[in-house]
Ligand binder design. Structure first.
Ligand code: AMP
Length: 181
């Protein structure tokens, strides 16, 4: 059985940073669909060519494409015991696609950060898709498409909320505690 931990939260909330640290501590793979998609873009694969413009604008790549990429990744041997998902699911359709035999959605960590801080962090990060227009689109997309997942997972009693504004190590300790239980 693969125990899945999901990091849920708006862009710029620090999910990637924390997932990296948690992955190291608990020795479970960190799977970021954003990182995977950016690799496809860089390598100019078929998927990358489709995804490039979408990523730059801050929109979502189609559920079908992201889900098949993710499921394929989860079939790797290193995910036998568990995985941390960072940036997936982002829609209810994606969340429902995780309802497959062998996967157990164990914990969903919701990262809470106010919008002013998010924008500041993304501007500072300066990734190629961190333009003013794309940041605005990504925050709108988060509100419209991803926020419904909070209720979706709360109804399943797996949602845990973390105040993700503040010291990286404190946030890390908080998340570590939530994952252990
Ligand atoms: P991230 O690194 O998680 O901020 O993702 C960067 C970009 O990749 C997003 O703005 C989307 O364009 C795309 N992306 C990442 N994960 C997903 C997903 N689960 N569904 C659709 N698009 C995604």
């Amino acid at each position: 059985m693969t125990d899945i931990t999901i990091f849920l939260g708006p862009p710029g909330a620090g999910k990637g940073t924390q997932a990296e640290k948690i992955s190291e501590k608990f020795n479970i793979p960190h799977i970021s669909t954003g990182v995977m998609l950016r690799e496809h873009v860089e390598n100019e694969t078929e998927l990358g060519l489709v995804a490039k413009e979408i990523l730059n604008k801050g929109n979502l790549v189609s559920d079908e494409l992201v889900t098949s990429m993710l499921i394929e990744r989860l079939e790797n041997d290193d995910c036998e015991k568990g995985a941390i998902l960072d940036g997936f699911p982002r829609t209810i359709t994606q969340a429902e696609s995780l309802n497959i035999e062998g996967l157990n959605i164990k914990t969903v960590i919701l990262f809470e950060v106010n919008e002013t801080e998010l924008i500041k962090r993304m501007v500072e990060r300066g990734r190629e898709d961190d333009t003013e227009e794309s940041i605005k689109v990504r925050l709108d997309v988060y509100r419209d498409e991803t926020l419904p997942l909070i209720k979706f997972y709360d109804d399943k009693d797996v949602l845990k909320t973390v105040d993700a504004f503040g010291d990286i190590d404190e946030i890390f300790n908080h998340i570590s505690g939530l994952i252990k239980t």
